[in-house]
Design a protein around this ligand. Structure first.
Ligand SMILES: Nc1ncnc2c1ncn2[C@@H]1O[C@H](COP(=O)(O)OP(=O)(O)OP(=O)(O)O)[C@@H](O)[C@H]1O
Length: 223
């Protein structure tokens, strides 16, 4: 289970944007997080991805405390969680070919020996062609780049996926493809998905349960 307890986080200690949120992501589940733009969903997503330290509260991964480390959480915890964001262009190194975007987490974690086996498996899931895989980000569309980010999110075989508005910039068919690929991975591996969006229709179709993000805050505010 990936769990946030009493998380207070943001960019100014005196006015946090996430205020005492409790959230539990259970293995195999697809949980939606719904809320308007600017309410703090991405901030909570970064806290749960171990990319942003909360002011208060805890994040645990499979029962192990993941925050409170002086610099960052140990690799063994961080790699349990895969993340993809709304804007792929801000999330990739513009110098890398798409095939290397997908392989990057393996190389960064000293697992280059797995590149030859894992990357071709992921290529199939992303639906990218050989030609596209050899291109760099400026030579592909946002949707094609987001497919590479999907591959990158899955290449370490994470148990928890945090998908922050991953389809918001895409046309309907690419969006449907990406959600389908994430769902296929969930079914194959028993991974859990936290899908974040401002779109109730998307989350209603995708997730077994949808939580209202401002509601999570309000409960804590009154409690
Ligand atoms: N790096 C930052 N420094 C200062 N303030 C920030 C930073 N990132 C976000 N914020 C502010 O924190 C608040 C919550 O932002 P956040 O991105 O978490 O919201 P969101 O619900 O994900 O919005 P969206 O759906 O538009 O991405 C906003 O008011 C935003 O301006």
């Amino acid at each position: 289970m990936l769990e946030a307890r009493g998380v207070v986080a943001g960019y100014q200690r005196s006015s946090p944007v996430v205020r005492g949120v409790d959230l539990a992501l259970e293995p195999g589940r697809a949980l939606g997080l719904l809320g308007p733009s600017g309410c703090g969903k991405s901030t909570l997503a970064r806290v749960m991805s171990l990319l942003h330290s909360p002011y208060q509260g805890s994040v645990t991964v499979d029962g192990k405390l993941a925050n409170g480390f002086r610099f960052r959480a140990p690799r063994g915890l961080r790699t349990r969680i895969g993340v993809a964001f709304q804007q792929p262009r801000l999330a990739v190194d513009p110098r890398l070919r798409l095939i290397d975007v997908i392989a990057e987490p393996l190389r960064a974690t000293g697992q280059s020996a797995l590149v030859e086996r894992r990357v071709p498996e992921l290529v199939e899931r992303t639906g990218l062609t050989e030609d596209l895989l050899r291109r760099r980000p400026h030579q592909v569309s946002d949707g094609q780049l987001q497919r590479a980010c999907l591959g990158r999110m899955l290449v370490l075989r994470p148990a928890y996926l945090i998908c922050d508005e991953v389809t918001a910039m895409l046309d309907a068919s690419t969006a449907a493809f990406l959600v389908g690929a994430i769902e296929e991975y969930r079914q194959d591996t028993g991974a859990a998905v936290l899908a974040i969006s401002h779109d109730p229709v998307l989350l209603g179709r995708w997730c077994e349960q949808v939580l209202d993000f401002p509601g999570l805050n309000a409960r804590a505010d009154t409690g």
